[in-house]
Design a protein around this ligand. Structure first.
Ligand SMILES: Nc1nc2c(c(=O)[nH]1)N[C@H]1C(S)=C(S)[C@@H](COP(=O)(O)OP(=O)(O)OC[C@H]3O[C@@H](n4cnc5c(N)ncnc54)[C@H](O)[C@@H]3O)O[C@H]1N2
Ligand code: MOO
Length: 389
């Protein structure tokens, strides 16, 4: 029942149903996985246009322009968004132009306003040659018919914006998995209520809810369950209809670790314990046909297990790692992969410091998980795999 991280991920994925697909307006598709290929319905830019506010002219007219020897051009019109100058521009002439406005015929270069002086009625002086690089060419970003977003991508904010720019109002995506979320433990108190000694605010519920939304899941937030078998079973009954029940707490070695007992005693167990730290006591099983993934209660452990096992299983996206130079030594463990909190700074990653699994501040102050495979040593100066948080 003791598994490695990749095996744990595969076992969870195997228990999740195929959610099917649906077509949604872009605004509702954040975090979902695209199941169609999106082609450009238009070219971008849709016309050859200016990248700057200034004048459009013929580059050849302006090559000698400098502060000492400015070049004077006659202004024959204006091109701005929605009101294009469509007449031919000839030698010695220019058109006032604004960023994103189409280039008038005959022009091939831009000089920005910062390099212009007033040259009398309808004239400007250029203190610098006009530059063809400041022209954005039609289709330079993408051309009509080009495949731009392939199926399988997760719809992040920039990709949703790109889908809109391609001319799509709707996208076909994987349906959201319905995940019921349950915190267990008598010591948990909802934030905002008074806290007695020995109690703790239910922070996992908040963090896990947000992480599930980031994964494009529909979240069914269950009431927190006290540490009695009846309370736990009652909570599990409320999760009917979910594709997965995600719990935190109650999976370790204690007498009140009831979820573990319930799955082992009355349900099924696919694994209990993963060869990782933190997060080793995670459990996967089922209860009356409902797949249940039990995260450890320690806040850091639940975050780490979510990142390396739950998120990839829910989204179908592999865990992305970077290779960075270690600025400090990272401890190795003989039989577990370690995911130590690290801080990426100036292109290197250093040890965050306190690695206790209850150190909540680290969830905000660390920005990376440093992966140290079983039995391997990472010394300062070595390259190491890093997961961005
Ligand atoms: N004798 C042993 N004790 C422990 C072992 C072990 O192998 N032998 N494993 C340790 C490890 S590793 C972890 S991780 C924890 C996991 O414990 P549980 O999943 O059973 O979680 P709890 O005991 O319920 O709580 C642990 C800790 O986390 C706090 N907690 C729980 N839920 C929340 C929440 N929703 N929000 C904020 N904080 C929460 C709880 O108060 C405890 O401090 O077990 C070790 N013990
Ligand atoms: O895995 Mo526990 O997750 O070390 O604190």
């Amino acid at each position: 029942m003791f598994v490695g991280v990749p095996e744990a991920r595969d076992l969870l994925r195997a228990l999740l149903p195929d959610p099917g697909t649906e077509t949604l307006p872009l605004a509702a598709a954040y975090g979902r996985t695209l199941v169609q290929t999106l082609e450009a319905r238009v070219s971008h830019p849709s016309a050859t246009e200016s990248a700057l506010d200034g004048i459009a002219c013929r580059e050849a007219d302006t090559r000698s322009a400098s502060s000492e020897t400015p070049v004077r051009l006659r202004v024959v019109g204006e091109s701005r968004a929605g009101l294009t100058h469509s007449a031919q521009v000839n030698a010695g002439e220019c058109v006032r132009i604004y960023t994103g406005a189409p280039l008038p015929p005959g022009t091939d270069a831009i000089c920005p306003v910062e390099q212009l002086d007033d040259g009398g009625p309808d004239h400007v002086w250029l203190r610098r040659p006009a530059r063809p690089e400041d022209v954005r060419h039609e289709g330079g970003d993408f051309m009509t018919g080009e495949t731009v977003l392939p199926a399988g991508l997760r719809l992040t904010a920039p990709r949703l914006a790109l889908a809109a720019a391609l001319g799509h109002a709707e996208v076909t995506v994987r349906r959201a998995l319905r995940v019921a979320l349950l915190s267990t433990g008598d010591e948990l108190v909802a934030p905002g209520l008074p806290l007695a000694r020995g109690q703790v605010y239910d922070s996992n519920r908040v963090g896990l809810h947000a992480m599930l939304l980031e994964c494009g899941c529909e979240v069914i937030a269950l009431d927190h369950a006290a540490d009695t078998p009846a309370a736990l079973q009652g909570a599990l009954d409320q999760a009917g209809g979910a594709d997965l029940l995600l719990t935190s707490g109650g999976v370790s070695m204690g007498r009140y670790d009831l979820l573990r007992d319930l799955l082992i005693g009355e349900g099924q167990v696919a694994f209990w314990k993963v060869r990782m730290r933190p997060g080793g006591p995670a459990i996967l099983g089922g209860w009356h046909g409902l797949p249940i993934f039990g995260l450890p209660g320690n806040p850091v452990s639940s975050l780490v297990v979510f990142h390396v096992i739950v998120r990839p299983a829910l989204t179908g996206q592999a865990v992305r790692t970077l290779r960075l130079r270690a600025a400090t030594t990272f401890r190795t463990l003989p039989d577990k992969t370690a995911f130590w909190r690290g801080v990426i700074d100036s292109g290197e990653v250093r040890d965050y410091g306190a690695q206790g699994s209850g150190m909540l501040r680290s969830l905000s102050e660390a920005n990376a998980l440093v992966v140290v495979p079983e039995g391997q040593t990472v010394k300062a100066g070595d390259d190491v795999d890093v997961i961005l948080l």
